[in-house]
Design a protein around this ligand. Structure first.
Ligand code: ATP
Ligand code: MG
Length: 405
């Protein structure tokens, strides 16, 4: 098959292929961008595979960065863009079901395509639009099938992450796992335990964010892969229920985690250990905790002014975006307007600060200060008093009397 109208990104990168070919080597576009072009989907990164060895690639281009030279990858800076150029390679030395730490560079495109995970990812594209399809990837795209290249049992033994990649492609593309490929995942799902959590997490999140989350979650449970993902073992049924939710888009990783927390019906206090086991960043954990806590309240009723104030816009948007997935109406515009209309948005917006209180009451700093400031904050947010220093001082005096009373 020959593609006629190549996307602009390939046309811009074509001079690199020409340059490599003129030096006597082969070079092709490979990977996701080729697959997505055939699927008429937008493409992200244009990756290039070549018979030239890394040193030979570096000799051809003036601006290069070694980003993974031991795996054969050189980053080439070209005009305003950058391209990963990777030498054809085989991955003969797998240990422990993980991707190899050593690869062998080869001169054969066929060898390189053979080590790729799925047939739809094992297509190569020439700069003139000609597609090289050694494993019937085009037919599988036509039939919407995800099929391992070669023997699926062997391929998942070589690198167990491919099973999770398969599930995330189900979610992103809506394809079915081919029967033998699916069976091999079912039989080898326990090998996922060998894979680093970080790599599994990337695929898991992509799976949750995909347009066909429902289909992927069902396969995730049917193949039992979920059993070897952190914290999910007891939750097969909950994950299946999650597959029955409307497949509306989730806005980001945090929204995906919040929805998951809700479906697993975790306690808010369990969110941190759960996400720690997935090695999520602290920033992510904080956002998910805040989002989940607010979602639980919001499912029961409207936002209070204080809840809006404490949540802040990112959390408000996150929660409102998840609501339709759990069967509740989102009212983002109104809720945002209410938030923006709050008299203050942070403690610093109060017309007086801690120093003003210390001066006004002429007493040493202590726990009272924080308590009074919090009382002022709440009184202003809820509209009980106006944000003016004279009112605030009167109110503070009452608070203090109350505290000491
Ligand atoms: P995306 O659009 O999400 O980037 P992709 O298919 O390009 O999808 P990448 O992780 O960028 O996925 O990998 C690029 C290519 O490298 C894949 O298309 C596939 O050919 C190959 N590949 C990636 N990971 C593996 C793996 N674990 N085993 C075998 N081949 C892989
Ligand atoms: Mg890619």
């Amino acid at each position: 098959m020959k593609l006629n109208n190549l996307p602009e990104a390939f046309i811009q990168a074509a001079p690199l292929l020409r340059k490599i070919e003129e030096a006597g080597f082969e070079a092709y576009f490979v990977g996701g961008s080729v697959r997505d072009t055939i699927l008429n989907q937008p493409i992200h990164d244009v990756d290039i595979a070549t018979s030239a060895f890394p040193a030979e690639v570096k000799a051809l281009f003036p601006r290069t960065i070694d980003i993974g030279i031991e795996h054969g990858t050189v980053l080439v800076l070209w005009e305003q863009a950058q391209y990963e150029i990777t030498t054809f390679r085989t991955e003969a030395t797998y240990q422990d079901f993980r991707r190899p730490d050593k690869v062998d560079f080869v001169r054969s495109l066929q060898e390189d395509l053979k080590r790729r995970d799925f047939t739809i990812n094992a297509l190569a594209l020439q700069k003139d639009g000609q597609i090289i399809d050694l494993f019937d990837g085009l037919a599988d795209i036509d039939n919407q099938v995800l099929r391992a290249v070669g023997n699926p049992q062997e391929r998942f033994h070589e690198d167990a992450l491919r099973m999770m990649r398969g599930l995330r492609f189900v979610s992103q593309l809506g394809f079915e796992l081919e029967a033998q490929t699916c069976l091999a995942i079912q039989e080898n799902h326990a090998l996922l335990a060998k894979i680093s959590v970080e790599r599994v997490m990337i695929e898991f999140i992509k799976m949750l964010l995909g347009a066909h989350r429902d289909q992927a979650l069902k396969a995730f449970v049917a193949t039992e892969c979920y059993q070897y993902c952190p914290g999910l073992r007891p939750y097969g049924e909950a994950l299946l229920r999650m597959a029955d939710l409307p497949t509306l888009p989730l806005m980001n990783e945090e929204a995906a985690w919040v929805l998951l927390m809700d479906q697993l019906q975790l306690d808010v206090s369990d969110v941190r250990p759960f996400l720690k086991a997935w090695k999520c960043s602290n920033a992510c954990i904080r956002q998910v905790q805040a989002g989940y806590q607010a979602l639980l309240l919001r499912k029961e009723g409207e936002w209070t002014d204080m809840a809006l104030y404490q949540a802040g816009l990112p959390t408000i948007r996150l929660v409102e975006s998840v609501l339709p997935l759990v069967g509740k109406d989102s009212q983002l515009a109104e809720v945002e307007a209410r938030y923006l209309a709050l008299p203050i948005h942070q403690l610093q917006d109060l017309a007086i600060n801690g120093r003003d209180l210390l001066t006004a009451f002429d007493r040493p700093s202590g726990p009272w200060l924080k308590e009074v400031l919090q009382a002022l904050e709440e009184a202003v947010v809820t509209g009980k008093i106006a944000n003016q220093s004279d009112y605030l001082l009167v109110y503070a005096k009452d608070c203090l009397a109350h505290l000491e009373g």
